[in-house]
Ligand binder design. Structure first.
Ligand code: FES
Length: 113
């Protein structure tokens, strides 16, 4: 896994959703309840931009188009959807925010362990 710096600050006092480009990927950075999350910016259902979505009362990321929802911790789609949103680990180091990107072959090899 490689850690890549994202262009957001480490502050978590105000909630937000923001789309950024990291290593050629569109990533949605979410600040919710004092914590930062990172997911793919594109909804797995039909490709909507999730940075225009919102966080539901139960803490799920809700797509702005058809209202599918996703768990912020693990990317799992809400009950009955049967889909997943790609999410990335987040860490703060030296007052900078980083997300962990796992390469395709690295993920394939993890499947054999
Ligand atoms: S595009 Fe996101 S729920 Fe359909």
């Amino acid at each position: 896994m490689k850690w890549l710096k994202v262009p957001v600050g480490p502050e978590t006092d105000q909630p937000y959703l923001k789309k950024v480009k990291v290593d050629g990927k569109a990533v949605c950075i979410i600040c919710h309840d004092g914590k930062l999350y990172a997911t793919s910016a594109w909804c797995p259902h039909a490709g909507a931009d999730l940075s225009y979505g919102f966080i539901s009362k139960d803490g799920n990321l809700v797509c702005p188009v058809h209202r599918f929802c996703y768990n912020l911790e693990n990317g799992r789609g809400c009950e009955g959807q049967g889909d997943y949103l790609e999410n990335y680990p987040v860490k703060i180091k030296d007052n900078e925010v980083y997300i962990g990107i796992t390469g395709f072959w690295e993920r394939v090899m993890q499947g054999f362990k």
